[in-house]
Design a protein around this ligand. Structure first.
Ligand SMILES: Nc1nc2c(ncn2[C@@H]2O[C@H](COP(=O)(O)OP(=O)(O)OP(=O)(O)O)[C@@H](O)[C@H]2O)c(=O)[nH]1
Ligand SMILES: [Zn+2]
Length: 217
């Protein structure tokens, strides 16, 4: 399947800015990927001494393969980039558009455990306006990869800057990392905030403050 024009533009911009996830070219179809992952997951679980002949565990390798390829890591494949609706700003909107409390689950690339949080995204329309749900879908696309929160925040910024043809975009994320909560340092209360500010959100203190202080997350 050919990639959409939006997917190609975003991928190119991320690569040029050194913000693309370290990835190899996709060499297998999704079905072939699932088969191979299932095979290797069987080995991993068997090495952990789990009895995969048990009826509750039997399908776990297949479930994990399907979950990786179709769900939590589907954002590694630009064929899954959301269909984007961008329209010309004929009505001349020039005030901040903000979508807040976008729920976000991702996966930490160091431990492959959950990152759970919220994103707030804002932009100042110039020539283009984007369908609101597409902002949530872009956040979700990049969240469905193994991630570090800083890169995820930047990827959403650059994707929107590219599609909206303006630098005036801001992204803030607040998330709990289960690699910090459920293992390792076992801190159950801390959360991490990251911001990526472009254009006027970076250069103008009032716009920056308006975004940072009014965003709930
Ligand atoms: N900057 C950043 N670090 C992250 C993120 N997610 C996880 N990490 C950190 O990645 C680091 C990996 O450190 P290592 O020392 O190699 O791994 P580890 O031995 O499992 O470390 P501990 O978690 O401290 O037990 C840890 O400090 C994690 O907290 C993220 O989104 N951003
Ligand atoms: Zn981690």
């Amino acid at each position: 399947m050919a990639l959409s024009e939006a997917a190609i533009k975003v991928k190119t911009a991320l690569t040029e800015q050194g913000l693309e996830t370290p990835m190899l070219p996709q060499t297998h179809t999704p079905e072939a990927r699932k088969e191979k992952i299932e095979h290797h997951m069987k080995e991993v679980l068997t090495l952990m001494a789990l009895d995969l002949s048990d009826d509750s565990l039997m399908d776990t390798p297949r479930r994990i393969a399907k979950m990786y390829v179709d769900e939590i890591f589907s954002g590694l494949d630009y064929e899954n980039f959301p269909k984007i609706t961008v329209i010309d700003n004929k009505m001349g909107v020039d005030e901040m558009v903000r979508v807040q409390d976008i729920s976000l689950t991702s996966t930490c690339e160091h431990h492959l455990v959950t990152i759970d949080g919220y994103a707030t995204v804002a932009y100042l329309p110039r020539t283009k306006i984007i369908g609101l749900s597409k902002i949530n879908r872009i956040v979700r696309f990049f969240a469905q990869r193994p991630q570090v929160q800083e890169r995820l925040t930047q990827q959403v910024l650059v994707a929107l800057q590219t599609l909206l043809e303006t630098k005036d975009v801001a992204v803030k994320m607040d998330a709990v990392h289960y690699c910090v909560k459920s293992r390792g340092v076992m801190d159950s209360t801390s959360s991490t905030t990251t911001t990526a500010l472009g254009g006027i959100f970076k250069s103008n203190p009032a716009t920056r403050a308006e975004f940072l202080h009014q965003s709930k997350c």
